[in-house]
Design a protein around this ligand. Structure first.
Ligand code: NAD
Ligand code: AHE
Ligand code: ZN
Length: 375
């Protein structure tokens, strides 16, 4: 069949809207009609050419929601008509990683996914007889896509696609980083670096978890009001702090008889390795935990004095907020429908597929939190 899609032909070039060919689902696969897709910073990262795994020509997009239109042989967990969210982190429930209960990083299909292919080593997408690469196993910038059965989460049918698509990455990553990865306790002090589509979800996760002091850090002053909407208690613009950001935050978080500052939990939501170091060094001596969420460009490395770790700080990272997609994503959709978390205000722009490049422009200009393409 044919599907309207935004194709990334080359790194650094705008996407082109074309009709592509899509083969039907093979055994263990499903075809999904994507109804809406968010544009995540990671799509921009790959399109820019900074992703070591970036392949072209490809159909990007990994934050979608839609309806199953066809299932391949042997598919049992979903059927035609089911509402689903594609999962770039699948959940097979059988691989050593899934069985370990220690990680959400299912390894069942990670190798072929990183090669832009389906688990059998081929692509379902083509143009003029030449294959196009899948992206993060999702390719939600196509109106129709094919996914492995283990890479879709079945969700309730009354949830609006143009909002819950955001659960496919940003919401789950931010809220999950707090709940699953950091396991933040009531009364905690936290710092969030970067108040974009991920950082604001970390803030709402911190509020949900009962954190007391939630400090947001961003170079863009317009993010102060955004952070406050979701529970941020203090805002710092590092360019206006008047001193290095680390001592500034350590001072701000001084408490207790010994007046040792530092936050219980810090989160990098920028992808900048210098900020990752600042986030670690703002964490409290003895127990502070710093979580890397941001994705850094090819070749970038993190550094700190080992003394920072010797003195009890923990540096960790999270992918998809530590969420097990098929189990956790439907629950997060429920939280949204039950108004435990917010999504609507963060979706600042709704676009047609033809205008998808404007979504990238808005992101570059710092004008959007999330742009969503509705098919
Ligand atoms: P975004 O562009 O919406 O937001 C980034 C924010 O960081 C902006 O508000 C920007 O002003 C701010 N910022 C930039 N440099 C800064 C600095 N030096 N100090 C303070 N603030 C600074 O991006 P996003 O969609 O929120 O994504 C954030 C990062 O998370 C990206 O690197 C993205 O690729 C990554 N990400 C990771 C996962 C994961 O599973 N680990 C999932 C989704 C996104
Ligand atoms: N391909 C990149 C890394 C990209 C990356 O870290 N992706 C995150 C999700 S970002 C979503 O917006 C992730 O899930 N990572 C775990 C994984 O298995 O890919 C690189 O550096 O090679
Ligand atoms: Zn993403």
């Amino acid at each position: 069949m044919r599907s309207r899609a935004a194709v990334a032909f080359e790194a650094g070039k705008p996407l082109e809207i074309v009709d592509v060919d899509l083969d039907g689902p093979k055994a263990g696969e499903v075809m999904v009609e994507i109804k809406a897709t968010g544009i995540c910073h990671t799509d921009e990262f790959t399109l820019s050419g900074a992703d070591p795994e970036g392949l072209f020509p490809a159909i990007l997009g990994h934050e979608g929601a839609g309806v199953v239109v066809e299932v391949g042989e042997g598919v049992t967990s979903v059927r035609k008509g089911d509402h689903v969210i594609p999962l770039y982190t699948p959940e097979c429930r059988e691989c050593p990683s899934c069985l370990s209960r220690k990680t959400n990083l299912c390894t069942a299909i990670r190798a072929t996914q990183g090669q832009g292919l389906m688990p059998d080593g081929t692509s379902r997408f083509s143009l003029d007889g030449k294959p196009l690469f899948h992206y993060m196993g999702c390719s939600t910038f196509s109106n129709f896509t094919v996914l492995p059965e283990i890479a879709v989460a079945k969700v309730r049918e009354d949830a609006p696609f143009d909002k819950i698509c955001y659960v496919g990455c940003g919401v789950t990553t931010g809220v999950g980083a707090v709940i699953n990865t950091a396991k933040v306790e009531i009364g905690s002090t936290a710092v969030v670096f970067g108040l974009g589509g991920i950082g604001l979800n970390v803030i709402q996760g911190l509020k949900l978890a009962g954190a007391d002091m939630i400090i947001g850090v961003d170079l863009n002053n317009s993010k102060k009001e955004w952070g406050e909407r979701f529970g941020m208690t203090h805002f710092v613009n590092p360019a206006e702090a008047g001193e290095d950001i680390v001592p500034h935050i350590v001072n701000l978080t001084k408490r207790g008889a010994d007046q040792i500052g530092g936050a219980d939990y810090t989160f990098d939501c920028t992808g900048n390795v210098k900020v990752m170091r600042q986030a670690l060094e703002c964490a409290h001596r003895g127990w502070g935990v710093s979580v890397v969420i941001g994705v850094a460009p090819a070749g970038a490395e993190i550094a700190t004095r080992p003394f920072q770790l010797v003195t009890g700080r923990t540096w960790k990272g999270t992918a998809f907020g530590g969420a097990r997609g098929r189990t956790d994503v439907p629950r997060i959709v429920d939280w949204y429908m039950e108004k435990k978390i917010q999504i609507d205000p963060m979706i600042t722009h709704i676009l047609a597929l033809e205008d998808i490049n404007r979504g990238f422009d808005l992101m570059h200009a710092g004008e959007s939190i999330r742009s969503v393409v509705v098919y």
